[in-house]
Design a protein around this ligand. Structure first.
Ligand SMILES: C[S@@+](CC[C@H](N)C(=O)[O-])C[C@H]1O[C@@H](n2cnc3c(N)ncnc32)[C@H](O)[C@@H]1O
Length: 278
């Protein structure tokens, strides 16, 4: 019900490229979002997803829930996981175009699942991707598919987001981000200072963890980086998280496409929030 009401509100607020005065956003919308031309890369994305949708094998998946504590384990068909958790074909194609349009080279993804979005970002693009997944069984199917489809530019890290990020990158002590089962807020040094051109957050859609990932990963963005947050209207909590992110002083341009929230830090732009139908 929440989603339906939010969607109706979105339809009233949203627009297409008309009325978008920012040249950067206008071009992004007209040349990338609305680019309907078939691209050769779409074929790999289609085959990758189809292979999973036809896979009737069962895996023991582990769900991550409140505060990203593991709360259940379940036998699920791979096809069902692909159907329920995987990005839709339309969004996969948009993700693929975004990577090319923004000339993205380095990507961090939280939430690999079976790797449909990861494959979409990798297909035909000269990128290096680090993708993080907590469920071992799901990750091993993704790993196998990456090998089969010769997607050699993907580094899959298996573990809870909080732990993997804190082991790799510095953690802001004042952030809402908590390392599970740890008494300290965080003491881990930044062992790998680097930035990403694209950060895609597609897992653990709850307010505090989402704000935590945002704050923690913000220093890993540069002026032209893009952060995409999935499911910003999923719940009232996620909508609150999205509003806080929009208000953050480092954020200038945001684009709400209903299913995604796009965040840019481009200092040369005035702060402006767009709501665009894709
Ligand atoms: C919506 S799915 C990702 C879908 C994928 N990006 C795609 O489009 O194909 C979210 C994934 O994030 C993982 N996940 C959620 N919370 C997590 C956490 N705190 N740590 C590690 N993995 C987590 C889940 O196991 C799940 O596979």
């Amino acid at each position: 019900m929440h989603l339906l009401i939010s969607y109706i509100k979105f339809l009233f607020k949203s627009s297409n490229q008309h009325g978008v005065h920012s040249p950067f956003v206008f071009e992004l919308v007209t040349q990338c979002f609305y680019n309907k031309k078939p691209q050769p890369e779409y074929e790999l994305i289609r085959r990758y997803r189809k292979k999973l949708m036809k896979n009737r094998e069962t895996i023991k998946t582990t769900d991550f829930g409140a505060g990203s504590r593991v709360f259940s384990s379940d036998d699920r068909k791979i096809s069902a996981v692909a159907w329920n958790a995987g990005i839709t074909p339309k969004r996969a194609r948009l993700l693929n175009r975004l990577v090319r349009y923004l000339e993205v080279e380095k990507i961090l993804e939280l939430g690999t699942s079976l790797g449909i979005s990861t494959a979409a970002m990798a297909a035909g693009n000269k990128v290096q991707i680090i993708s993080v997944e907590g469920c071992h069984a799901t990750a091993s199917v993704a790993e196998k598919q990456f090998r089969e489809f010769r997607l050699n530019n993907i580094e899959l890290k298996v573990g809870e987001f909080e732990r993997v990020i804190s082991e790799q990158y510095s953690v802001n002590k004042s952030s809402k981000f908590q390392i599970p089962n740890s008494n300290s807020q965080s003491t881990i040094e930044n062992t790998q200072p680097q930035t990403f051109d694209l950060i895609f957050i597609d897992g653990n859609h709850q307010k505090d963890p989402t704000l935590g990932y945002f704050e923690t990963l913000l220093p890993l963005m540069h002026n032209n980086s893009l952060m995409i947050l999935d499911d910003i209207h999923w719940s009232k909590d996620m909508e609150e998280a999205w509003e806080e992110i929009k208000m953050h002083p480092a954020v200038t341009v945001t684009i709400d496409t209903f299913y995604w929230g796009l965040v840019f830090l481009r200092r040369e732009q005035a702060k402006e929030h767009f709501v665009i139908r894709v």
